[in-house]
Design a protein around this ligand. Structure first.
Ligand SMILES: [Zn+2]
Length: 272
């Protein structure tokens, strides 16, 4: 609009055109879009016309995709990845995804979200019950905006049946459901929700690809630290000798926290 629409103190000024439009249409809010005001003709109809022009809510599934989802036992099972009473993907997440894409989800969209974990081995013993697991699944996570969650490298982040835990740290696996719950609850720690309720603090369950990447990342971190320690020890040793720092066994000195816990033991890479 060419005309200055604000007076000196910043209060919106109603233009002559707007006054004319208000008189013509009977809508008392000068900021109402003129085309809407002309069609509505009265205050109580403005909301209806605005709603009519809002972006359409797309339906969640194509007919084929609906058949796929209704026939999918896993995605309709609560506690699949061990979190009790929770579905791997909630209906509202699918709706968000469809809204994000601006069209109903197709079978291909659903297969991108959920399916066989192709990074898994053919078979692995369940760490919880000891019996073999011979098929593995993975499920993408849908963010609040409807986009799929991704790693910094752009790959989709998948939930799966692999958990990085134990001593030494390794990739373990479990059957879906109770077995996976028990494996993920390996630390037997709890956390407090904002509601004040205490729940089990479960370890992450990943696809095998991500569990292995996580393991390699943590091991790389330790290796780098070890190398740094070794190099420093050598430099210290060359100048002062092992006992010069005042400890009888300088190399293995393990400081204690104020609560008397070993720092080494309290460092927990699984807890997040
Ligand atoms: Zn099992």
């Amino acid at each position: 609009m060419a005309r200055q629409n604000y007076n000196r103190v910043g209060v919106e000024r109603v233009t002559d055109e707007q006054i004319a439009a208000m008189a013509k249409t009977g809508v008392s809010d000068a900021s109402t879009d003129l085309s809407v005001a002309e069609r509505a003709g009265a205050d109580d109809k403005v909301a209806a016309v605005v709603a009519e022009n809002a972006p359409q809510r797309v339906s969640t599934f194509t007919p084929e995709a609906r058949v796929w989802i209704e026939g999918n036992k896993e995605l309709n099972t609560e506690g699949l990845y061990g979190q009790r009473s929770l579905l791997a993907i909630r209906p509202e997440d699918f709706q968000q995804r469809a809204q994000f894409l601006g069209r109903p989800l197709t079978v291909a969209d659903l297969e991108e979200i959920h399916g066989v974990d192709t990074s898994a081995p053919a078979s692995m013993d369940c760490t919880t019950c000891g019996k073999a697991v011979t098929s593995f699944i993975r499920t993408a996570m849908i963010g609040r905006d409807g986009d799929l969650r991704r790693n910094p490298d752009g790959n989709i982040t998948y939930r799966g049946q692999a958990v990085t835990t134990g001593r030494p740290l390794a990739v373990h696996a479990a059957h879906t459901g109770t077995c996976l719950y028990k494996l993920r609850n390996n630390l037997e720690q709890t956390k407090k929700l904002t509601s004040g309720r205490e729940v089990a603090k479960l370890l992450h369950s990943h696809s095998f690809e991500q569990a292995n990447a996580r393991l390699a990342g943590i091991q790389g971190h330790f290796n780098a630290k070890d190398q740094e320690k070794q190099a420093m020890k050598q430099r210290l040793g060359a100048r002062t000798g092992g006992d010069a720092a005042g400890f009888s066994n300088g190399a293995n000195f393990t400081p204690r926290t104020p609560r008397g816990k070993s720092r080494k033991e309290s460092r927990n890479w699984n807890a997040e």
